[in-house]
Design a protein around this ligand. Sequence first.
Ligand code: UDP
Ligand code: MG
Length: 192
Amino acid sequence: MINLILFGPPGSGKGTQAAKLVEKYHLLHISTGDLFRYEMGNDTPLGKKAKSYIEKGELVPDEVTVGMLRNKVEANPDAAGFIFDGFPRTIPQAEALDELMAEKGSRISALLMLDVPDEELVKRLLERGKTSGRKDDTDESIIRNRIEVYKSETAPVFDYYQAKDKAEKVYGLGSIEEIFERLCNRIDALVA
Ligand code: UDP
Ligand code: MG
């Protein structure tokens, strides 16, 4: 089983690259952000709860996110492996994920971080906001808050996996194809 964490700040290209990786490696893509947007779109209790945080660019509380993630993993017992996109976003979430993988007799293979400068992130997200229909992509102050939350709460997750010798940085500027190739090179080295 290959279980990858696709990591990086908002706008670093996780969703774009995950879609390409899924096609090549036949892994199951789990984006907690997409799951929250689905719940919000259907106005479920979970969606209502998540909405208040997401619209401010804050993190949904760990227990809510971890519960949702666990359900999704458990609903797919036959998956060849997973690509976690946008999760874990805090150290407690990383600990919960490691525990969940261990329960399944599996583990995280690697965390790949897409490394992109802040100003490029803001530019990409504002551009995406023109068509994504996402409120959190249209307001520059919310975007900057998301980047700050990433730095304070999420970036330590990189160090957490680095201590386990599982974290790698991939340069995230260039064409989508170039970045994809960089990621594939790392993944192929894992399975070789
Ligand atoms: N979010 C969260 N926990 C998650 C995933 C998403 O709290 O595990 C919230 C958070 O408010 C974040 C927003 O959902 O800013 C959008 O997340 P997504 O991963 O879709 O955004 P991206 O970082 O890919 O732009
Ligand atoms: Mg995303």
